[in-house]
Design a protein around this ligand. Structure first.
Ligand code: HAH
Length: 333
């Protein structure tokens, strides 16, 4: 079926929440029509990360990020900013002195603040919401993830990041973003972190649940419980990086060259249940963003298994809507 003959995804959800896609400099060209037809929010998949915009101290490279921001502006789309502070895709100069030793806490925090002021300041008025801190909570026993940020500043970087982002763009909605956010143990740690930020008067407005899920987990009930627990904090919730892999995380099989019908059906059921749930939470869920536009280009082709094809999105490799698309828009019939 030709995509121009089907309903627009974001139009179907107009009464609920914006529907976003992660894009790159390449996909805003190659998937231009699809993106303009079906999405009303964009996130730069990589182009606004520290490694992309701030490769060396004092050296900013905004060309790619500017192009995406301009695309969103011209198309009248919202844009989420991703991400100001993260342990990945951040250049090591943030953490080192010129002689190669470990930077002091003060130096790391002042570099971080310069970075946030410059980047959030630049996209003021275009980026309406920032993932200020990404993935700071640990998956293991400890509370915060061990990283150069915690190593050199303890937990101070988190609060400072939100405060600086708020100064740089007082109108921006500021989010804490993480994966495995519906797992009860990690969920409670995220709540503990966000509560402590709120209690200390730190400007934080939302929690991003990345939503890198698969056709087996999590269960809808687990997602519902997480939405309920997070909603008690009185903040906005967004699904910020949604995709539904055809493989369980531990499943490293590499023999598929086409997606089996049976797995696409299970994926369609997963998405159908998820969006039925999310529609019921439209008072708190203020956005749902897919981590890509169509199955021909997805980060899951290289994660967790390099070079293994995956088919996690709403549109197939030929850009046609998949069964999952019809299930999540079927409520309008
Ligand atoms: C996300 N991390 C990141 O937020 C996003 O910036 C990136 O493009 C893709 C996925 C998910 C993740 C990971 O990268 C490594 C291990 C677990 C989860």
């Amino acid at each position: 079926m030709n995509e121009t003959h089907v309903l627009s995804l974001c139009a179907a959800y107009r009464e609920y929440f914006p529907i976003g896609a992660a894009v790159s400099l390449e996909t805003v060209r190659t998937h231009r029509e699809l993106i303009l037809s079906h999405f009303n929010s964009l996130t730069a998949e990589n182009e606004m990360k520290p490694v992309s915009v701030h490769p060396e101290e004092g050296v900013y490279a905004f060309d790619a990020a500017d192009t995406l921001a301009e695309f969103a502006r011209t198309a009248g789309m919202r844009m989420r900013g991703h991400t100001l502070v993260w342990h990945n895709q951040v250049p090591q100069w943030f953490f080192r002195t010129s002689s190669g030793g470990a930077a002091s806490k003060e130096l790391v925090l002042s570099r971080m603040s310069d970075h946030i002021r410059t980047v959030a300041g630049r996209y003021r008025g275009t980026v309406y919401c920032w993932d200020v801190v990404n993935e700071a909570v640990s998956d293991d026993e400890e509370f915060l993830r061990h990283s150069p940020w915690t190593e050199l500043t303890g937990d101070a970087f988190i609060r400072k990041a939100f405060e600086t982002a708020h100064e740089a763009d007082p109108a921006a909605r500021l989010f804490y973003n993480d994966y495995n956010a519906v797992r009860p143990d990690k969920r409670e740690k995220i709540i503990r972190l966000v509560k402590s930020l709120k209690d200390s008067g730190t400007p934080i407005h939302g929690i991003g649940l990345q939503g890198h899920w698969n056709i087996c987990t999590p269960q809808t009930d687990e997602i519902r419980e997480a939405l309920d627990r997070y909603a008690e904090l009185g903040l906005e919730l967004q699904i910020t990086e949604l995709d539904v892999s055809l493989f369980r995380f531990e499943d490293h099989r590499t023999d598929l060259t086409e997606p089996p019908e049976e797995l696409l059906e299970r994926q369609a059921q997963f998405y159908e249940r998820l969006f039925a749930l999310l529609r019921g939470y439209r008072q708190v869920v203020t956005g749902v963003t897919f981590w890509g536009a169509a199955d021909d280009r997805t980060w899951l082709d290289d994660f967790p298994v390099r070079g293994r094809k995956n088919w996690p999105l709403m549109f197939d490799t030929g850009r046609a809507p998949k069964e999952a698309f019809f299930r999540i828009t079927g409520f309008l019939d």
